[in-house]
Design a protein around this ligand. Structure first.
Ligand SMILES: Nc1nc2c(ncn2[C@@H]2O[C@H](COP(=O)(O)OP(=O)(O)OP(=O)(O)O)[C@@H](O)[C@H]2O)c(=O)[nH]1
Ligand SMILES: [Mg+2]
Ligand SMILES: [Zn+2]
Length: 288
């Protein structure tokens, strides 16, 4: 039988197949397997022996949150606790681009913020770049139907820092999921890593993946990846004079030209420069 891995905990593979969930083992030697299995992998199993026999090729794969065959990454960001960080939203979106996975953005905890002007600006910038943006709060559940419809039929991974409310959002989308909610620690300035592993939850002909949160400094990118995959910049790749242009002071930089002519936003570029200064330069990989 064919199925999809929902989670792997303590050597037990929870696998979804035709509306049923099976607890399976992996023999270690799996035909056609050149990678270690993860949530989202499509597999073939023997239901009498409860053994996974074969893994299918992946369409895509994310190292973090570890998952395969992802249709949509929902970048989740709270507007407070932890504080709204446009840099991190753009960094996560760059990561989605780098992995060639479509992304959307979900802002949470709107009930805790009186002045939403910063969120509104960021939302409008992201929408101009073509991203779908959702705002939610556990106090107001009105716009959840739009999210449910958007996720229908997709394998979605919810990603974001710890404590932003990923599991809370998943429970709002469908209360039956009953995901454990963590605390936000004022003292630590972050959540407490409540969700420990990736788990896919069957939802409307697709799956929603709850995932462990990042701390703010995790998720490494190289400067060159940022330059190539920053939201809005990817379509100009190789149009700068230098193929490894970082869009700073280089001559004939297409990105700077597009900013001058108003096709790319100055605010986005400021975020880009801030991020660039935080990241590591890996020249070796790119030297020809
Ligand atoms: N006021 C308010 N609190 C929220 C909202 N969403 C989440 N929280 C709170 O934020 C804290 C963290 O929520 P979780 O859903 O556990 O966050 P998470 O992103 O799943 O965290 P990890 O599993 O650690 O990655 C909890 O105390 C929630 O009650 C919201 O919309 N409004
Ligand atoms: Mg969680
Ligand atoms: Zn450039």
């Amino acid at each position: 039988m064919n199925g999809k891995i929902l989670s792997i905990v303590g050597g037990i593979y929870k696998v979804y197949s035709n509306g049923h969930i099976y607890s399976l083992f992996s023999r270690g030697v799996i035909k056609h397997k050149s990678f270690s299995l993860c949530a989202g992998d499509n597999i073939e199993f023997n239901e009498n022996e409860n053994i996974i026999e074969r893994a299918y090729e992946r369409r895509n794969f994310l190292i973090r949150p570890r998952s395969a065959n992802v249709d949509l990454l929902v970048i989740t960001m709270s507007v407070v606790e932890p504080e709204l960080s446009p840099e991190l939203v753009y960094k996560f979106l760059t990561y989605a681009n780098l992995n060639r996975i479509p992304a959307a953005v979900l802002f949470t905890k709107l009930d805790k913020l009186a002045d939403t002007s910063k969120v509104d600006i960021l939302k409008s910038d992201l929408e101009k770049l073509g991203y779908k943006v959702f705002l939610i709060s556990c106090e107001n559940t009105e716009n959840l139907q739009e999210i449910r419809d958007f996720l229908s039929g997709k394998t979605t991974i919810i990603m974001g820092q710890t404590g932003v409310g990923k599991s809370t959002a998943i429970n709002l989308i469908d209360p039956h999921f009953n995901r454990k909610i963590g605390e936000y620690s004022e003292a630590l300035g972050r959540g407490k890593h409540q969700t420990k592993e990736v788990i896919l939850l069957p939802f409307k002909e697709g799956f929603i993946g709850d995932t462990p949160g990042f701390s703010s400094l995790e998720l490494d990118l190289y400067k060159e990846d940022l330059a190539q995959y920053f939201p809005g910049y990817e379509k100009y790749y190789l149009e700068c004079y230098f193929s490894n242009c970082l869009h700073q002071k280089e001559k004939e930089c297409k990105i700077k030209e597009e900013i001058e002519s108003g096709n790319l936003s100055k605010e986005g570029y400021e975020v880009y420069i801030k991020l660039l200064n935080q990241l590591e330069f890996k020249s070796q990989r790119y030297r020809k």
